[in-house]
Design a protein around this ligand. Structure first.
Ligand code: IPM
Ligand code: MG
Length: 355
């Protein structure tokens, strides 16, 4: 029996709701394969602040370091919004990403043809489908650069820092991924203004020499934001910095019908972390309303990237596809004539379709 130790961090808001459904799906995978999952639950985010005064207790980080993979729901909520930067729930995410060395964040934006009606773009723009892979740098840039306040002149600053090594390794992840796709990379930056972006361009030109089959382009982030709406089909793999990737992946998620559809994998360390890209949606927490699909699709990414279980990953993705084809929808992706279901029912339906 092949056992995988998985740390589960439910987090805040809808975190526990959606994570529960992803566990259902993994239990189903146990039934149809020879893998066994050992889940240990740990706390991070607002709930950890309330209990221990620390968004990322050492115990949690240590457990994550030892795990074969980490599943995370979501962190944050209005209750903790007035805390100082270092004590906010979001600090848990940064601590996990940095602490585990997860420098590459893969955010596939895939529009399922069944959700065409939930996509806000006209059919002549979006056609039948969309499949973009956003590769976001995750452990450097303005998220991790020097920041602070100057009392004397009442100012505050954040620094966008990148060194060549950090840029090169994220570029290589993106270029490698493009080899199994359309071999088209777009590096998004703000090289007309930012020195760090100009370094990104230099490193890209050097790295690209190792990928002669891959066609690459550069785009300024403001233009990229516009192009994603004007003509999203021009993109295959987008590689970008931490903050630009944060912003563009939310924008791209809307093209897939709902932010509740987008999974993510954070890789690059000894293990990897899987989480939906959406937040904790405290307004619908515990109400059986959240869409569990992003988290369930993150499990497919886990099976594929962490455990080499391509066949099982596809079974999860096919089960999601079938649930959509049969017309099951949570509120965020609902349209007329479809069947409205809650978080749990959606999870049950998808788990049942895994054969
Ligand atoms: C994300 C989120 C996080 C980020 C927040 C919650 C810290 O928006 O994963 O996209 O900015 O990275
Ligand atoms: Mg974000």
């Amino acid at each position: 029996m092949n056992t995988k130790n998985i740390v589960v961090i439910e987090g805040d808001g809808i975190g526990p709701d959606i994570v529960a459904e992803s566990i259902k799906v993994l239990r189903k995978i146990e039934e149809i394969s020879d893998i066994k999952f050992n889940f240990s639950y740990y706390e991070a985010g607002g709930i950890a602040i309330d209990k221990y005064g620390n968004p990322l207790p050492k115990e949690t980080l240590d457990a994550c370091k030892k795990a074969d993979a980490v599943i995370l729901g979501a962190v944050g909520g209005p209750k903790w919004d007035d805390l100082e930067g270092n004590k906010r729930p979001e600090k848990a995410l940064l601590g996990l990403r940095g602490g585990l060395g997860l420098f590459a964040n893969l955010r596939p934006a895939i529009l399922h043809r069944q959700l065409k009606d939930a996509c806000p773009l006209k059919e002549k723009i979006i056609g039948d489908s969309l499949d973009i892979m956003i590769v976001r740098e995750l452990t450097s840039g303005i998220y991790f650069g020097k920041r602070g306040r100057n009392v004397a002149d009442k100012s505050a600053y954040d620094t966008m820092y990148y060194n060549e090594e950090e840029i090169e390794r994220i570029l290589r992840v993106g270029f490698d991924i493009s080899l199994s796709r359309d071999k088209k990379v777009c590096v998004v930056d703000k090289a007309n203004i930012l020195e760090s972006s100009r370094l990104w361009r230099e490193v890209t030109k050097r790295v690209a020499k190792d990928y002669s089959d891959v066609e690459y382009t550069f785009l300024y982030v403001d233009n990229a934001a516009m192009q994603l709406v004007r003509n999203p089909k021009q993109f295959d793999v987008i590689i970008t910095s931490n903050m630009f990737g944060d912003i563009l992946s939310d924008e791209a998620s809307m093209l897939t019908g709902s932010i509740g559809m987008l999974p993510s994998a954070s890789i690059g360390g000894n293990n990897a972390l899987y989480e939906p890209i959406h937040g904790s949606a405290p307004d619908i927490a515990g109400q059986d309303k959240a869409n569990p699909i992003a988290t369930i699709l993150s499990m497919a990414m886990m099976l594929r990237h962490s455990f080499g279980m391509e066949k099982e990953a596809q079974k999860v993705e096919k089960a999601v596809d079938r649930a959509l084809t049969e017309g099951y929808r949570t509120g965020d992706i609902f349209s007329k004539g479809m069947k409205l279901v809650g978080t749990k029912e959606m999870g049950n339906i998808i788990a049942n379709y895994i054969k």
